[in-house]
Design a protein around this ligand. Structure first.
Ligand code: BDR
Ligand code: CA
Length: 310
């Protein structure tokens, strides 16, 4: 059984990644940690719990970072909605629900499972950076970190250079890349090649369970947003589910080891680049550059359609 923590900013495609992860028979999802990102952390926490509730899955959820390490939080709601989940769940009251802090949960589970643990991140890297900063000696034992973020050989999605998860907290990402932990970077280079289209949403409407209808509703919002932003793309990208897929089936992608850095200069803030000008150019990241989209999307829809049918 593979042990996994999902660190999310739920988020439409984070919700799809959660369904895909809980639909796997050989994964023990130890917990889901949440962060700000596409919406404030109160929203990603609530959205995560609602998604799990709709799937009838009892997985512990922890609230984490409210804001980036050094900068102001920005979010515009255009792609995922103001509530982060396609305007299906609406406003959340600020609450002081006491749960174990996400960062402490990550540290505790890494101490317990060491190299058996895979951490998949599908939001900004703030929780992970804080865990590494707090307990570097424990975090160095983690088995793998699979991160949805960055764009190494293709354009960004917040601007020409930067991808959203890196861009909202570039300092956290910079810190994580410098930590020398075993990172696999699942960037736009591959995630833009794994798409969901309107027929997939129609299929969930046809399945007709309450979870399938909920998934169809929030995914339709995301599809519509993609249509405006990327009129030539034939669907919306399965960014976050692909990170789960690669964590479980590394053979889905071809990777190249590189020394990745996060650009922190204002003009190209958040760009993920290979730096070959340093004295120490030892690779710190496996960068995914080619993906077997057919195999991934078949597995994704098989498992998600199954779980939405129950
Ligand atoms: C990433 O940003 C978020 O909008 C998505 O959930 C995904 O994690 C894509 O750039
Ligand atoms: Ca996300």
């Amino acid at each position: 059984m593979k042990k996994m923590i999902l660190d999310v900013d739920t988020g439409v495609d984070d919700a799809l990644a959660i369904a895909y992860a809980v639909g796997q028979s050989d994964v023990e999802l130890l917990g889901i940690t949440t962060t700000f990102g596409v919406a404030p952390v109160e929203y990603s926490y609530r959205n995560t719990k609602s998604v799990l509730g709709s799937l009838n899955k009892d997985v512990p959820v922890y609230k984490g970072s409210k804001e980036p390490l050094k900068r102001e939080r920005v979010h515009d709601g255009k792609i995922h909605g103001n509530d982060g989940i396609g305007e299906t769940l609406g406003y959340v009251e600020e609450s002081e629900t006491i749960t174990k802090d996400a960062v402490d949960f990550i540290i505790e589970q890494t101490k317990k499972y060491k190299s058996d643990l895979i951490i998949v991140t599908t939001g900004p890297l703030t929780n992970l950076a804080r865990a590494i900063d707090k307990e570097p000696q424990i975090m160095k034992y983690v088995g793998r970190i699979v991160t949805m973020g960055g764009a190494v050989a293709s354009p960004g999605n917040v601007n020409k250079f930067a991808e959203a998860n890196i861009s909202v907290d570039p300092d956290a990402a910079d810190f994580v890349f410098k930590s020398r932990l075993p990172i696999t970077l699942v960037g736009l280079d591959v995630t833009r090649k794994t798409l969901l289209n309107k027929d997939n949403v129609k299929e969930w409407e046809r399945i007709g369970t309450s979870s399938a209808k909920f998934f169809a509703a929030f995914t339709q919002f995301y599809l519509d947003a993609y249509k405006k932003i990327h009129p030539t793309l034939k669907g919306c990208a399965l960014h976050d589910p692909l990170a789960v897929g690669i964590a479980l089936y590394p053979e889905l992608v071809r990777t190249i080891p590189m020394h990745i850095e996060v650009d922190l200069s204002e003009e190209v803030l958040g760009r993920t680049v290979e730096n070959t000008n340093l004295e120490d150019t030892e690779p710190n990241t496996l960068v995914c550059l080619q993906v077997d989209s057919k195999r991934f999307t078949e597995d994704f829809f098989n498992k998600v359609n199954n779980i939405l049918s129950v």
